[in-house]
Write a protein that binds this ligand. Structure first.
Ligand code: ASP
Length: 265
């Protein structure tokens, strides 16, 4: 199959080749290779849902053509699944939403790739615990090596804990411990303080400084429009907006797009 061009997005996606997919999975599993795409936000100002990172998603998911979508961060699942299906259609990726699966654990075990969408991180994590999906997802990503994609709350899930989410604890999960697929925290939708603001509440930077008063794990403040792409021991910051890195005992550091694999060591 040649290059397709649907809805303005070009794709070199090859035909479904089960053998090729299986070989890739086996190879990744043997190498213990995780493959993650952690997006700050599904929406950025001026473009459609997931539009700003669609090329990165296409690359990340090759050669997978079906992805298991996890909509539990929002209360309404059908519409959310439809929104994601429409967004991924131009790159030739179809979705199966876990909320309609007969058995969510089996759905994870059979998935070729997983996408956890954004919304409220507390609600999402609570549901993952309730449905006993934490271990199966971890296993799928770390042992089977299937591609994981998260946006916003879904990105928070990949962190050791959800202690650096921006969300309100509208429900109470049994623990703040998340999937722990990476050795650092991410603060999605990171926003710089406005120097002219008269607002007296904490800035994002203040909140992350408070986190580091109580915790050691570094935090990547990922601005809207940025994402992290992890493959094995490589971690690349993509997008145009960069990130701010917060580490205990050192001033926050501005980081531009490029290789940030040092975050993994
Ligand atoms: N509420 C965010 C989201 O869109 C998550 C966060 O800001 O921590 O998923």
């Amino acid at each position: 199959m040649g290059r397709t061009d649907v809805g303005g997005v070009s794709s070199d996606r090859p035909p479904v080749n089960n053998l090729q997919t299986r070989h890739l999975k086996i190879l990744r599993a043997c190498l213990g290779m995780r493959k993650l795409l952690l997006i700050s936000s599904s929406r950025v100002h001026g473009s459609g849902f997931l539009e700003h990172c669609l090329v990165a998603i296409d690359e990340h998911l090759q050669p997978v053509e079906r992805i298991l979508f996890v909509p539990y961060a929002l209360a309404e699942h059908d519409q959310y699944a439809e929104l994601v299906a429409t967004a991924l259609h131009p790159i030739g990726v179809a979705i199966d939403s876990i909320h309609v699966a007969e058995n969510p654990v089996t759905a994870v075990k059979q998935a070729q790739a997983i996408f956890i969408g954004g919304g409220n991180s507390f609600r999402l994590l609570k549901t993952l615990y309730e449905l006993e999906l934490i271990e199966p997802i971890r296993e799928a990503v770390q042992s089977r090596g299937i591609p994981y994609m998260g946006s916003s709350a879904g990105t928070n899930m990949a962190c050791p804990t959800i202690r650096t989410t921006n969300d309100m604890p509208i429900v109470e999960p049994p623990s703040f411990e998340a999937l722990d697929l990476i050795p650092f925290q991410i603060n999605p939708h990171f926003v710089d303080a406005n120097p002219n603001s008269t607002h007296k509440g904490e800035t994002r930077e203040h909140r992350l400084a408070e986190y580091l008063e109580e915790n050691q794990t570094p935090v990547a403040g990922l601005r809207e429009g940025s994402w992290l792409k992890l493959e094995g021991d490589s971690c690349i910051l993509g997008g145009k907006t960069g990130m701010k890195l917060f580490r205990r005992g050192t001033p926050p550091e501005e980081v531009a797009a490029g290789d940030v694999s040092y975050l993994l060591s």
